[in-house]
Design a protein around this ligand. Structure first.
Ligand code: SAM
Length: 330
């Protein structure tokens, strides 16, 4: 562990070393030597990737952010009243844009004590810690720069009734089995009878709406998708010809998830010099970079139950595009 910042109001700790940040090398070695090539989505988010994601959130086709924000605008006070939250732990906090609605409701209820953002991107945790203590006088921030799949044990002991927020539909990035395993780990952060999980999940809907959200007409999502190749080129001294990969996004109707892939437009041998690895791509071969599962209330209830959590309430936007659910340990 490395303490990155320590003042009266802010403590930021990092659990990702400079050399092994986000375990990129392990994931590239593992994912690019499989018969069907695959990389986990967490590697999109260097500074450029985070900026591209912010632009995606503003796109007319990308409904999840707007829908989730609409729910938080309408219902944050109700969420705070139902949970009595004094502490907000947020996984994959990013720029904490929507989080401010919850923090404001906690301030208005007079309960707000501490915010604990957890994100792999160091700059985002530092920037949002800094900004939030200015915006919310009296707030303490304990930031964790880490991987929410590996470092949840470093989340500090609770300081009052806790809400763990996992927003943006990021839960959909897990395959069904690992989703339940992840939720079981997450549930350990919650005390029965006191704490709650606030989970943002994108809902199953007309596939045309979903596909447009992942393949926008301005090509921002395509750039975001290809950014993972730029990250590998820079961090692992690789020579991907980034523009030779085509963005592919489709809704798998059977599994009810979106897949993003990168399709090689010709035969290529890519050198990943830091790993001493040559990766061969056949023409039109695809590399899967993200899945984003869509939910029904039954699927949500089943996944939560498998982690020992009981679904208490489901809040949706007026168009039923997105759901925020509240659950707590049984
Ligand atoms: C889709 S964005 C969502 C950001 C924000 N919560 C929202 O709702 O707009 C995902 C965020 O999770 C972070 N992230 C992705 N995988 C992660 C991981 N394994 N551990 C920690 N943070 C992760 C990214 O850096 C990014 O900030």
């Amino acid at each position: 562990m490395q303490a990155l910042l320590s003042t009266e109001a802010v403590l930021v700790e990092s659990y990702v070393g400079p050399g092994e940040e986000r375990s990129l090398a392990d994931d590239v070695l593992d994912g690019l030597t499989r018969p069907f090539k695959e990389l986990p989505p967490k590697h999109f988010y260097d500074a450029a990737g985070a900026e591209l994601f912010d632009r995606i959130c503003e796109l007319p086709e990308y409904y999840p952010t707007r829908a989730e924000r609409a729910i938080l605008e309408d219902r944050s006070a109700e969420i705070v009243a139902a949970t009595g939250a004094a502490e907000l732990v947020e996984l994959g906090s990013g720029t904490a844009a929507k989080t401010r609605l919850l923090l404001t409701a906690m301030t208005e209820a007079g309960t707000l004590r501490r915010y604990v953002p957890v994100d792999v991107t160091e700059a985002m945790v530092l920037e949002c810690a800094d900004a939030l203590v200015d915006e919310f006088p009296g707030l303490r921030v304990h930031g964790i720069v880490g991987d929410f799949e590996r470092h949840l044990r470093h989340v500090p002991e609770p300081d009052g009734p806790r809400v763990v927020a996992f927003l943006g539909g990021t839960i959909g990035n897990f395959t069904p089995g690992s989703r339940r395993r992840f939720l079981r780990g997450l549930a350990k952060l919650l005390r029965p009878g006191v704490d709650h999980l606030l989970l943002g999940s994108d809902l199953v809907k007309d596939p045309a709406i979903i596909e447009a959200a992942y393949d926008d007409s301005a090509g921002v999502t395509a750039e975001f998708n290809r950014n993972v190749l730029r990250v590998i080129n820079r961090e692992l001294d690789a020579d991907f010809d980034v523009d030779a990969f085509e963005h592919v996004a489709f809704f798998d109707r059977e599994r009810e998830w979106v897949e993003m892939r990168l399709r090689a437009q010709r035969r290529m041998d890519v050198e990943v010099r830091q790993l001493g690895l040559t990766v061969a791509f056949a023409p039109r071969e695809e590399l899967r970079t993200e899945i984003s599962a869509k939910f029904t209330v039954d699927r949500l209830r089943g996944d939560l139950a498998a982690a020992g959590l009981e679904l208490r309430d489901v809040l949706t936007d007026p168009d039923d595009l997105f759901a925020l659910s509240l659950s707590s340990p049984r």
